[in-house]
Ligand binder design. Sequence first.
Ligand SMILES: C[S@@+](CC[C@H](N)C(=O)[O-])C[C@H]1O[C@@H](n2cnc3c(N)ncnc32)[C@H](O)[C@@H]1O
Length: 254
Amino acid sequence: MPWNPDVYNQFKAERYAPFYDLLGLVTVKNDLSVIDLGCGTGELTRKLADALPGSQVTGIDTSAEMLEKAKTFATDHLHFSQQSIENAVAGGSTWDIVFSNAAVQWVEDHETLLPRIISLVKKGGQLAIQVPSNHHHVSHVAIRELAERAPYREALNGWIRTSPVLSIEQYARILFENGGHNINVFEKVYPHVLEDAKAVVGWTSGTALVPYMDKLPAALKDSFLNEYTATLTKALPGSPVFYPFNRTLMVATF
Ligand SMILES: C[S@@+](CC[C@H](N)C(=O)[O-])C[C@H]1O[C@@H](n2cnc3c(N)ncnc32)[C@H](O)[C@@H]1O
């Protein structure tokens, strides 16, 4: 997928808040081994590494564009590699902290994936994951509804992206069934205030729209974006617009 670090970085301050909430749930110790699944530009992985003195931190991501930025945050204690989450969970290495901020939602089937991610945690180690759970908001629903209409449906061969994100009860159960202790799973609303509906389009351009823009033929990209913008302008009129953003945070020790 063509991740664009500059588009993603537009709403840095808003995207930082859940990261700091997640970091606040991590039990800080020295000299840990840590993996950050879907590290993106690496800026937040660096903050994670800086918060864990003496630890060895590895950030993995599939996007060459994101990892190009990440290079600038590397240190003796922080390395990045191009690897998928699917590959990491199949790899057999284990870590004191398995961390992931806003990335696991890009991998399907969390009933199967979560136990595999948990298997990366060393005995006595901790899992800390944050995923957006905003898929019921109009900004996401409108993308799927548009993709289901002509001519986009034909161009996409009927493909739409449904979020694999589960309920907090389901995540809590999975953590428990796989040996979790000190389980803490909750959903939080991040109350963003953006300039207008176009700014919301700017937000989803860095995330939810990415796979659609990737799959649509060049001739339909602009019209898809225009129709989506028109729908959101109707649904979220005026300025500023309130953009409540639900996210699910989960931690447990194993
Ligand atoms: C929304 S960004 C979050 C980046 C970073 N964790 C942060 O908080 O700023 C999602 C990242 O997940 C990466 N990603 C998506 N699917 C992935 C996969 N299957 N394996 C590894 N990384 C993936 C994308 O390349 C992107 O950099």
